[in-house]
Write a protein of this length. Structure first.
Lengths: 244, 244
DNA sequence: CGTCCGTTTGAGGATCATCAATGTCCGTGG
DNA sequence: CCACGGACATTGATGATCCTCAAACGGACG
């Protein structure tokens, strides 16, 4: 449903939520260069580099929108606190992701670091002004936003599954495809805790644990230290992912 | 989406998916005017008006991206076909919504009309070019896209619930807030079938039916003809929605 | 070596999916 | 005008899956 309930100002309902813009050449190893040097320069001129230890809150739900952030190093999570006190993780954020989604001038999610993190902090109004002047730059953000929508839709498909092992396998599959955490020798890094995983997958902590056990027992996936996974039986893994 | 099929360009991974831009003054009764007359004129100059009967396919998943659409009248659904043959409805589309989300130059969802529909069809490449020239116009699209992300996140929260009645109640709540279908005397219109609802809520058709029965039996919601709902006990309704 | 936090494992209860049958609405044709 | 047929919706019974509560386990760190 895309009907905003905005009252007076046309676009006061949200600052753009931005994610995935690679504006720093060092951000990843790929050769893609989405922005011109001038655009990159304009962005970095606005940005402040911030370093944060694990478990730091970047901003809280309902806080006034002030900055847009771009992850440079580390992994973060964006989540919402539900009335019952439970949490739902909307997304994990990786280097290159842009975040700071707001509604009516307030952030909609709380964002917290999982690992040590380095990120760019850009004042929202300055960024908005820049985007209004530079349509090409804005188009990069627009493209990244659409990517985020696709990720959200995949998340929805995961959540609609009933079996815990299948959800977990789909999550692993997404991580692997994005290669966001880096796959060292076939090992997929899982920086987040079982609790984070449970809150992202819409499962209880115990169910996630049982799912890993089941995947291991069935010889489909290997886990190491709880923070790394390797797909052992590719055929059955793919079958599980696609068996919905 | 809006990624023209330009091969050489850096951001070929996706064109933006656009939805929710109100570029037609007649689209709804609200006084909001997001675009200037000139922008409106530029858009309408590119658009073709299309009328479709119920159950028409607007475009299919994996088809080559060619047009972006904006709903003017009627209700549609965007869904994906899963390997098992099951369907997952990603979103319902209402007047003012923009759709045509693509990835790698192919639509990611199938879009089908539910009611009789009138929509604008805009060639993707022409729209992209226009957006690249007009940063203000593009910003409206960007804002609408962020709105779509928030909707997707709400959808995820709904899907993470375990109880069918709660999911259904949250859906009703969203419909009511958006007032998309028009609430005539407190009645919320439900143009979609129970099957559509089930595929959106991640439930079986039977569970949706049982959920409506339960809500009626408990005196919380009234249903009429299966395509209209009215909240009888507001307090308990809100409690149900917020009890997660 | 003991504590703390996160994880794993177990048993019982709750909820939904599935399979199957019945019921309802509505358009069609006799 | 009424009877039939098909699509859609409801209701019932059974089995599968997960959540909750509870307890045991493990590694990190002082």
């Amino acid at each position: 449903m895309a009907r905003p309930a905005q009252a007076t100002h046309p676009h006061n309902d949200s600052g753009p939520s931005l994610r995935g813009v690679h504006f720093d050449k060092e951000t990843d190893g790929s050769a893609q260069t989405l922005l011109t040097d001038e655009q990159r320069q304009q962005l970095t001129a606005l940005a402040t580099l911030i370093s944060l230890p694990p478990r730091s809150i970047v901003y809280r739900e309902d806080a006034d929108l002030a900055w847009i952030f771009i992850a440079r190093q580390g992994v973060l999570k964006a989540f919402r606190e539900l009335p019952s006190g439970k949490r739902r993780v909307a997304a994990f954020l990786f280097p290159g992701d842009v975040f700071g989604l707001a509604e009516n001038g307030r952030y909609v999610n709380t964002v917290q670091t999982i690992t040590s993190t380095v990120l760019y902090r850009i004042p929202n109004d300055a960024l908005t002004e820049l985007l209004r002047r530079d349509a090409d730059l804005q188009y990069q953000f627009l493209a990244k936003i659409t990517h985020e929508i696709r990720e959200g839709q995949r998340h929805s498909i995961v959540l609609a599954r009933r079996d815990a092992a299948g959800r977990f396998a789909m999550f692993l599959s997404m991580l692997e495809k994005n290669q966001l955490t880096g796959t060292r020798g076939g090992w997929i890094q899982l920086p987040m805790s079982r609790t984070d995983l449970a809150e992202y997958l819409g499962l209880s902590l115990e169910s996630v644990s049982r799912a890993t056990s089941a995947l291991t027992r069935r010889g489909i996936v290997d886990f190491e230290g709880g923070h790394a996974a390797r797909i052992v039986d590719r055929a059955r893994f793919e079958k599980l992912v696609n068996t919905l």
